[in-house]
Design a protein around this ligand. Structure first.
Ligand SMILES: *[C@@H]1O[C@H](CO)[C@@H](O)[C@H](O)[C@H]1NC(C)=O
Ligand SMILES: *[C@@H]1O[C@H](CO)[C@@H](O)[C@H](O)[C@H]1NC(C)=O
Ligand SMILES: *[C@@H]1O[C@H](CO)[C@@H](O)[C@H](O)[C@H]1NC(C)=O
Length: 568
């Protein structure tokens, strides 16, 4: 038990050297490519020399080499698309054509997007019998296309059947809709397609079923496998004299001349009210007071020109100006006049184009039957370089594909995963979230009041600092304009500068004063101590002297005062 675990771990510790898969276990109709060549030239693969449409050549380079990123098995070569942002095309012919009639078709291969996948294809094409590898291009007829294709949001494991319409002689691509997503990581991914002869299909990614269905079911393929039986005849258009309107305006009825006056308005002047007696149509409502006089004290220099006051016109007691009757609801109101309609005598009905039998109709009931397949190839555009392909299987057996998957891919994938775990790139710090607005901070229930206040002042300070930087930049570019534009800012900044300056030098002088003071005191203390010491030095012998001579001796008045004399 323990030994078997150790043996299983051995490749992880030691590194496992590449060993060819024993092809003899496969059916003689199966194709398997492991890329165990030393170079591309040594292999059966031929890069296309074709020019894509409009002289756009397939310039992308191909190589056969081991993986550069997170290798699994040592010396395990693959076919590598080397160039970034380029078109690549490469293919190889089978020794004998691959037939699939009333049989299962299984296609499986590995893709390793060593530099990840943001935009690029990784699909494989099964090509028609008589294709020429040198001339292989996007327009080369193929039978089936399968594999990852991603560009930004467009991300799918494509499955396309290219069906020949026997009537037109043209191919039409039938896409399986809503297929699964690609894997874009730097490790190998195993893509498997199973088309059963009963038309069930299965797409597996790393052995797990990612999409399945039946090709004959409605809505699985777009456009549908069998074209519609009846189509619209586009050669015909609506005749000019075709009458589609059932009702037309009745031209025999005309609008009555007095209609607007009688019926148009919801309100009308009250006819019972007439202009009062004495109403003056041409008299103004207000006049200049004819009796007013300029006051005696009016000074034109100081008070301006004198204007007589305006007063209501005394003649307008009954009324002046245009007389308007008051409005009352119009009992006959109907609104705008509407032309009546009559039935159109020439009415035929809605025109619909003629439906005809589709001349290109044919029934495709056997989408898993293919024309003989002459080989396979990759015809791809990619942004990321170093895309590695490996272990391509084409056959009729799910079991063979699984055996290959178990013995090649699974082993490799576990080693790659181990390698990745040990050497994966360090997480790059994501972008910081956008700064919060003051409102957001103040309304955030999750921050305490203290945090809010702190954050608020922090943000104000930060914003002002940025403003100041901007201002300083402007000031250096055009000082005069900057100052004129916002003189207050200069005052504020000068104030802040003076404040900080004062604060700084104030602090510096206080500190230096304290230091010098402290130094002085210390010095004084030291010298006092020294003096004391000296005195003591002198006094000691003096005491001895005193003892001898019995005479008090003092060296200084200070010491004689501070210290009691020694006596006998
Ligand atoms: C490729 O196509 C060209 C023109 O269609 C043809 O002349 C040439 O023989 C083809 N090359 C090969 C290798 O068949
Ligand atoms: C492949 O491996 C899986 C899981 O270990 C196993 O279930 C399956 O039977 C294997 N298939 C073949 C064909 O060996
Ligand atoms: C507060 O935190 C809870 C849970 O962490 C979250 O669901 C909620 O949205 C937060 N509220 C605000 C205003 O950010």
């Amino acid at each position: 038990m323990k030994i078997s675990v150790l043996l299983a771990l051995l490749p992880l510790i030691q590194g496992l050297d590449f060993q060819s898969f024993d092809k003899s276990v496969l059916s003689r109709y199966s194709f398997f490519e492991q890329f165990s060549y030393k170079t591309l030239e040594e292999s059966d693969w031929i890069a296309s020399k074709s020019k894509k449409n409009n002289d756009e050549s397939y310039v992308g380079k191909w190589s056969i080499e081991p993986p550069l990123k997170y290798p699994g098995i040592e010396n395990d070569n693959g076919l590598v698309m080397k160039s970034g942002a380029s078109h690549h095309a490469i293919s190889r012919k089978f020794e004998t054509v691959f037939e699939n009639t009333n049989n299962d078709l299984v296609l499986q291969y590995e893709v390793k997007h060593q530099n990840g996948l943001t935009c690029g294809g990784g699909y494989i094409k099964l090509l028609n019998k008589d294709f020429e590898p040198e001339n292989f291009s996007t327009s080369t007829p193929f039978q089936l296309m399968f594999g990852p294709d991603k560009c930004g949001e467009n991300d799918q494991v494509k499955l396309i059947l290219n069906r020949l319409n026997p009537i037109t002689g043209e191919y039409e691509e039938k896409h399986v809709v809503d297929t699964s997503l690609t894997r874009s990581g730097p490790l190998s991914t195993l893509y498997t397609l199973i088309l059963k002869k009963n038309h069930d299909f299965e797409i597996r990614v790393n052995g797990g079923v990612a999409k399945y269905g039946n090709l004959l079911d409605e809505g699985v393929l777009n456009p549908p496998l069998t074209p519609p039986k009846v189509i619209i005849d586009n050669s015909e258009s609506k005749p000019l004299d075709w009458e589609e309107l059932e009702f037309i305006p009745d031209e025999s009825v005309t609008k009555p001349e007095d209609y607007d006056e009688l019926y148009l308005n919801a309100f009308m002047p009250d006819p019972t009210v007439s202009k009062p007696e004495g109403w003056l149509d041409d008299e103004p409502q207000f006049i200049v007071d004819p009796f007013a006089e300029q006051p005696a004290l009016w000074d034109e220099d100081e008070d301006g020109k004198w204007q007589p006051p305006i007063i209501p016109n005394p003649k307008c007691l009954p009324g002046c100006g245009k007389f308007n009757q008051p409005l009352i609801p119009n009992k006959n109101y109907k609104g705008p006049w509407i032309q009546p309609v009559v039935k159109n005598p020439h009415f035929i009905g809605e025109w619909t184009p003629k439906q005809i039998i589709n001349p290109h109709y044919y029934e495709d009931n056997n989408p898993t039957n293919f024309e003989p397949i002459g080989g396979l190839g990759f015809d791809l555009w990619t942004i990321e370089n170093d895309v590695l392909f490996d272990n391509i299987y084409l056959g009729h057996s799910i079991q063979e594909a699984e055996t290959i998957g178990n013995e090649t891919f699974k082993l490799k994938f576990d080693l790659e995963s181990e390698n990745y775990q040990q050497n994966k790139p360090k997480a790059i710090k994501g972008p910081s979230p956008p700064p919060k607005s003051f409102e957001e901070i103040l309304n955030d229930d999750n921050t305490s009041t203290f945090q809010q206040v702190y954050l608020f002042f922090f943000l104000v300070f930060k914003r002002e600092l940025l403003n100041m930087k901007d201002w300083w930049y402007d000031f250096n570019t055009d000082p005069l304009a900057t100052v004129m534009n916002d003189p207050l800012r200069l005052v504020v900044y000068s104030g802040v500068f003076v404040f900080i300056f004062t604060l700084f030098f104030g602090t510096v002088s206080i500190v230096s004063f304290l230091i010098t003071d402290w130094a002085k005191e210390t010095k004084q203390a030291i010298s006092t101590a020294q003096a004391e010491l000296k005195k003591e030095d002198k006094e000691v012998p003096k005491i001895v002297e005193l003892d001898d001579s019995d005479k008090p001796i003092t060296t200084s008045s200070e010491s004689s005062q501070s210290k009691p004399r020694r006596r006998h």
